[in-house]
Design a protein around this ligand. Structure first.
Ligand SMILES: [Zn+2]
Ligand SMILES: [Zn+2]
Length: 379
């Protein structure tokens, strides 16, 4: 398996704490790959960057960011090579950084006029990977709920595959999500509702948007748990034996598109474009955070906002919490519908994954799993 091969080539038996050269090596490799990918985007912007995102890029700032990432990959590579016996990680990081520099680095000019057309969202993948790693990995390393869980835990390569699969075809997924929502809104939407809601204070609108989205999410999420053939798609999201920020992106394409489209329909009927974009930003950060291996819990906030411990109970394989905690933002929605489960003693689940159900391993096998005729055995 790919994961075992990667672990064998890059891993070793030395300690991996701070000062051991492990983290500098990992970051050197990450930054090296990011820099190389970013320079490729500058060389082939028409095919490797999303037309929807291009207008929003502050190009000068992006070029500076590429420079910083190249330098960081080299400096961290040197540090790791000095501290650690096995040099594969730092050498990989430095090789990618060197490759990026030889290809022209941050100063590659974009000469061709760019137009709309089919493209792969490599820019979106690299940017989001950098952002999410910088936000969530430090808090998982510093304050984990499960201190013995490694960042490179079992099946991490599968989840990188999912992260790629949700980011590269951004044009296709956006179209699949937007098309039914735009059509239905055009057919059923009442413009005066959007106008009336638009007069409310911005924060009230956002809170309302989160409520509407979470109610819609609750309904469709519960349906995915209840209807057997839908469950086969959603079972993939529940199949990871451990949780961290990247597990949040483990979702079958059908699950991902149907859920997002279902939520977007009421959102587009009630709220303005700006509010919907603000909600999209909020849900990306909040939903990713609730999957984090992050221990600290604010007791006073738990009844009002979903914190990681709450969503972790949704992912447990322990019988007492199966088919509980469907909401993703507000716990009161689960209370209202009788599906709330959160032990008052502050405890976390012992086990995660599927309850009495076998899921094949790897991205491709999981992709075809829901289409196979074998009956889903759900307890
Ligand atoms: Zn679920
Ligand atoms: Zn989840």
């Amino acid at each position: 398996m790919l994961e075992q091969r990667i672990n064998k080539v890059f891993g070793d038996t030395e300690p991996s704490g701070f000062g051991s050269g492990w983290w500098s090596g990992v970051l050197s490799t990450l930054f090296g790959i990011l820099a190389f990918g970013a320079v490729l985007c500058l060389h082939f912007p028409q095919v490797l960057t999303s037309p929807e995102l291009r207008p929003y890029y502050p190009v000068d700032l992006m070029r500076k960011l590429i420079q910083v990432v190249i330098v960081a990959a080299i400096v961290l590579g040197v540090v790791s090579a000095m501290l650690r016996r096995k040099k594969v990680l730092p050498l990989t990081g430095m090789a990618f950084a060197l490759g990026a520099t030889l290809l022209g680095g941050a100063s590659v000019q974009i000469n061709e006029p760019l137009h709309n057309g089919p493209a792969i969202g490599l820019d979106w993948f690299l940017l989001d990977l950098l952002l999410m790693t910088m936000i969530f990995s430090p808090i998982e390393v510093l304050w984990p709920a499960y201190p013995t869980q490694s960042v490179f835990r079992k099946e991490w390569v599968t989840d990188i595959g999912y992260f790629l699969s949700t980011h590269l075809p951004i044009q296709v997924t956006t179209l699949l999500i937007m098309l039914p929502a735009t059509k239905l809104t055009a057919l059923l939407g009442v413009p005066s509702v959007v106008q009336a809601v638009g007069h409310l204070p911005w924060l009230v609108q956002l809170l309302l948007a989160i409520t509407v989205a979470d109610l819609a999410e609750y309904a469709i999420h519960r349906l995915f748990h209840t209807v057997p053939w839908l469950w086969k798609f959603h079972a993939i999201h529940h199949s990871s034996p451990a949780l961290d920020w990247i597990v949040g992106s483990r979702s079958h394409l059908v699950d991902d598109v149907v859920v997002r489209a279902f939520i977007l329909i009421p959102m587009m009927m009630v709220f303005s474009h700006d509010i919907n974009v603000a909600y999209l930003l909020f849900v990306t950060l909040h939903a990713t955070w609730t999957h984090c291996n992050f221990g600290p819990t604010l007791k006073w906030l738990e009844p009002y906002l979903i914190l990681p411990r709450y969503h972790h109970w949704h992912h447990t394989s322990q019988k007492e919490a199966i088919d509980k905690n469907f909401a993703i933002h507000f716990p009161w929605i689960d209370r209202l519908f009788g599906t709330h489960y959160l032990p008052a003693d502050g405890s976390w689940p012992h086990t995660y994954g599927l309850h009495r159900e076998h899921m094949p391993q790897g991205f491709l096998r999981q992709f075809v799993y829901p289409f196979q005729r074998k009956k889903a055995k759900k307890a």
